[in-house]
Design a protein around this ligand. Structure first.
Ligand code: T4K
Length: 376
């Protein structure tokens, strides 16, 4: 292959602001000697994020896992929560750390999201909430989920870690549910090294979130609840402010990469990919393909390992399923027979390299590395 022995192409690459501009921000932080605890950059970053995302109440966090933990605390969720096994393990761990029993429900094969038609049969008297994930940035069927939640009096918390900037018919997906969470990890569409956010819909809830994010302090001498330290520091808030200015261009480039992948892979039998959804402004956070071994010619794992020979490093997000990990596999809802669609997606998925920094020739090399194994 012509591209053999070239540099590594990784599944993700961080969105980096101009270093000189970041140095200027750091200089200001040095001069102010104010490093964390709701400083000027932090305040400004929250305001600008609200504007960009089209939401009213948002709290930034030091990573994307803490907002899920904090969302469950904020709404005082207990008992059982219905969730997806097809996600990053942080989603379910947040329930476990809160002493909540996860109840896994199967997913929709087209979007990879929790299948709303399977939720009702998993509801028990102990169910208090639903925790879906907009996986790969694909919006969940929020209408159906809301109808079920309203019928049974359940809360809905969306893990929107992948859904930065995603809109449905012009409306931010983050406005759905009772609360939504974001991740700004280095591998995400929008990044602050590590970081995240919790999105609320009214001032009262936002205030509770603020207390809980700062150890429960309401003032110097009053602790109103069992809070944690979820605060983001000034350096990362400054970094985020700079990245906000270039995230749209990054999403545009991702969209172009997705188009090339789709055009080039459409005639390869045994490779399925996901399509844009009607009325959705996607962010192209990931580009998953699903390998049908019989049609394609080699197994998913053979392709995954084989691509590495050409220095192309995809990832099998989300394999293994969360429900197969030792903490969860004893749960009755974790039985593979309860999760046939999720099991199939997990067993066949490869997320191809997808980021703003891929050149056309990088994308071509990824495609070549797949074609190399076609019908082998
Ligand atoms: N909910 C959902 C649905 C999530 O997907 C996640 C995180 C969370 C919640 C929790 O949010 P955080 O607490 O993480 O903010 C990565 C990320 O660590 C994780 O944030 C993400 N989901 C998950 C899907 O992917 P790994 O273990 O696959 O990352 P790693 O270190 O293997 O990196 C992946 C690729 O990115 C590598 O090929 C190298 C490249 N990379 C990585 C880093 C860290 C870079 O180019 N630069 C970097 O700085 O989990």
């Amino acid at each position: 292959m012509k591209n053999l022995n070239k540099s590594k192409i990784l599944v993700a690459s961080p969105l980096l602001p101009d270093l000189k501009l970041f140095e200027q921000s750091l200089k200001k932080i040095w001069e102010s000697k104010w490093l964390t605890n709701n400083g000027e950059f932090h305040k400004k970053f929250e305001v600008e994020l609200c504007k960009y995302l089209g939401v009213k109440y948002l709290s930034i966090y030091t990573n994307g896992t803490l907002p899920i933990l904090a969302a469950l605390q904020t709404l005082k969720i207990t008992g059982e929560v219905i969730t997806t096994p097809y996600s990053f393990v942080a989603t379910t761990h947040a329930l476990w750390w809160n002493g909540i029993k996860p109840v896994f429900v199967d997913i929709d094969p087209v979007t990879g999201n929790l299948d709303p038609n399977k939720i009702e049969s998993a509801i028990t008297p102990k169910t208090t909430a639903i925790l879906p994930v907009h996986v790969y940035g694909n919006p969940c069927d929020t209408k159906k989920i809301k109808a079920i939640a309203d019928k049974y009096g359940l809360k809905v918390i969306y893990d929107a870690a992948h859904a930065f900037g995603v809109k449905v018919n012009g409306k931010s997906i983050l406005k759905e549910g009772d609360l939504s969470t974001l991740s700004f990890h280095a591998t995400k569409v929008f990044s602050t090294f590590e970081g995240g956010a919790l999105i609320a819909h009214n001032q009262e809830i936002k205030q509770r979130i603020e207390f809980l994010k700062n150890f429960g302090f309401a003032d110097e001498v009053t602790v109103v609840g069992p809070g944690i330290n979820g605060k983001m520091d000034e350096a990362r808030a400054a970094y985020g402010l700079l990245n906000l200015k270039q995230v749209d261009a990054a999403i545009d480039r991702r969209k172009k990469v997705a188009k090339i992948y789709r055009d080039e892979l459409k005639n390869i039998h045994g490779i399925r990919y996901m399509y844009d959804m009607k009325g959705v402004r996607h962010n192209y956070a990931y580009f998953p393909i699903f390998v049908d071994e019989k049609e394609f010619g080699v197994s998913r794992d053979a392709l995954y390992e084989g691509m590495k020979v050409y220095n192309v490093f995809g990832r099998r997000y989300f394999y293994p399923l969360i429900s197969t990990f030792s903490t969860y596999r004893g749960l009755s809802s974790a039985l593979p027979s309860n999760l046939p669609v999720a099991t199939k997606l997990a067993d066949t998925v490869i997320c191809l390299p997808m980021h703003h920094d891929l050149s056309d020739s990088d994308v071509e090399r990824v495609i070549d590395s797949i074609k190399k194994y076609y019908k082998k």
